[in-house]
Write a protein that binds this ligand. Structure first.
Ligand code: PDD
Length: 284
């Protein structure tokens, strides 16, 4: 069951007009929110990032946070699995094709759910492979825009190489993954690129840094060069759908020992505990 512009319906019956600016221009923004045991995780942070994205593309938020919460909880109820991935999207609506904003058009609001498939035991045990590529996206990667063609093409490079993700380098510095943030461990210190217009401020990225801070895991937020990435002891990718996933092969070469490292194992434990506590608190 999905939500589209005020109505709940089965996804098979949901349709949008071909002139929707999301379809024509990719003129919209989105969020992906993980749901564990029917409780949305870090919903406040996702709604706040949605607001920032909407502000960046000069689109009024069509729902209040309270309305978003109600709609999302209803979609969670209407769908079967306990753990879900909620996708929500707002576009600038339906109008005659013209690049400039249309006047007084209602935004299109869409919410769907799919079963959340976090990393498999095998992926956590052996890690995944990744490649690097030049980050050739625009200069507003902090906006969670539905216009994802560059990300799609970059991720496909990984898929073509039988890899799970493409790690992106701009001017020799690590930015993020095609659909994830990236962490590196060097000399036992957890490193993360600083937030900027060149990467999406990931909610999972924020959780990892909070957990590092609260649990005395040595970390530093600073630029990471290509050579530091290639020589890393550990590399992880993070996202709402993949949680924290160790990268154990980069460009065909083993990362560190070629196995998920000790800092990853510690952070994974902290993350699982944090999620469990958060779910318990949400249930009251
Ligand atoms: N993507 N960077 C990019 C480019 C992303 O697309 C994502 C997530 C992230 C991680 O952000 P978060 O931790 O808030 O999920 C970073 C989602 C999951 C997607 O497009 O499906």
């Amino acid at each position: 069951m999905i939500y589209l512009n005020g109505e709940f319906m089965p996804i098979e019956t949901a349709v949008i007009p071909v002139l929707d600016r999301g379809f024509i221009f990719g003129d919209g923004v989105y969020e992906v929110i993980p749901v564990y045991s029917r409780q949305p995780f870090r919903l406040g942070e996702h709604l706040s990032r949605l607001q920032t994205s909407l502000d960046s593309i000069r689109l009024n938020n069509p729902r209040t946070d309270a309305e978003w919460r109600t709609l999302i909880n209803r979609i969670v109820e209407l769908n079967e699995t306990e753990d879900q991935s909620i996708y929500l999207q707002v576009t600038r609506g339906v109008a005659k094709r013209d690049h400039a904003f249309p006047k007084s058009v209602k935004p299109t609001v869409f919410i769907m759910s799919s079963p959340l498939l976090p990393p498999t035991a095998d992926q956590l045990h052996t890690g995944v492979a990744a490649i690097t590529a030049v980050d050739n996206r625009w200069l507003r990667c902090d906006v969670k825009s539905t216009a994802l063609l560059p990300n799609v093409l970059l991720r496909q490079l990984a898929a073509d190489a039988g890899c799970a993700e493409t790690l992106l380098l701009r001017d020799g510095m690590l930015t993020e993954g095609a659909a994830s943030n990236v962490f590196v461990v060097n000399q036992g210190v957890l490193l993360a690129p600083p937030k900027s217009n060149l990467m999406l401020p990931g909610i999972t990225y924020e959780v990892v840094l909070e957990l590092a801070q609260a649990n005395d895991v040595p970390f530093d937020v600073r630029n990471i060069s290509e050579s530091e990435l290639l020589g890393a002891e550990e590399i992880w990718i993070t996202s709402s759908s993949r949680e924290i996933l160790p990268v154990t092969t980069l460009n065909g070469v083993a990362v560190g020992s070629g196995r998920p490292g000790p800092v990853f194992r510690r952070m994974r434990e902290l993350y699982q505990d944090h999620k469990a506590q958060d779910m318990k608190a949400a249930r009251g």
